[in-house]
Design a protein around this ligand. Sequence first.
Ligand code: ITT
Length: 194
Amino acid sequence: MKELVFATNNKHKLEEIRAIMSGKYLIRSLNDIGFYEEIVEDADTIQGNAMIKADCITKRFGMNCFADDTGLEVEALGGAPGVYSARYAGEHCSYQDNVNKMLAAMKGMQNRKAVFRTVIALNLDGKSYLFEGRCEGAIIDAPRGEAGFGYDPIFLPDGYDQTFAEMPSEQKNAISHRGRAMQQLIRFLSEEGL
Ligand code: ITT
């Protein structure tokens, strides 16, 4: 089977990407290629951070690879936490800390609209490509569900009555920001004959 390196240190993302790519590509993680360092993501855009991760691996190993950067943009918070979604509640905070901070910030707010955005950066044979996926929804007022990760328990995608943390992973992957960005990546790779 064809192989691709996915530049992430997030095991939940790796699981999702492996499920989405299953049967099509063998996804190699950073551990699989012997890379254990933390990549400093200091761009001020989602796109910039996706490129930093992919470029780090391509430069170090000379390999084709792709990376995902994701942010949750909340309308009533002026688009925050956006590119800072991982560290919303501070350096080394937990997913639970981020969820608690978001619920406190949104307390009593009527406008609950939010969008998850994923940008995938792909480095392939000396060229770079970007793919974006979005999923619109709402921030609910208390966590629901145990599946998924990050902000999943408080994100209700539009048109569904289950949060990302309540729905089966196949359903999240079919409609999520990451799933949609991956569908574009898969289409591109197949058009390239890869
Ligand atoms: P890598 O950079 O190593 O890929 P990361 O966890 O730092 O992993 P991001 O910067 O892209 O990843 O993600 C920002 C945060 O957004 C992440 O830590 C989660 O809290 C949240 N997040 C990302 N994808 C999510 C998803 O599908 N559902 C819920 N929350 C998500």
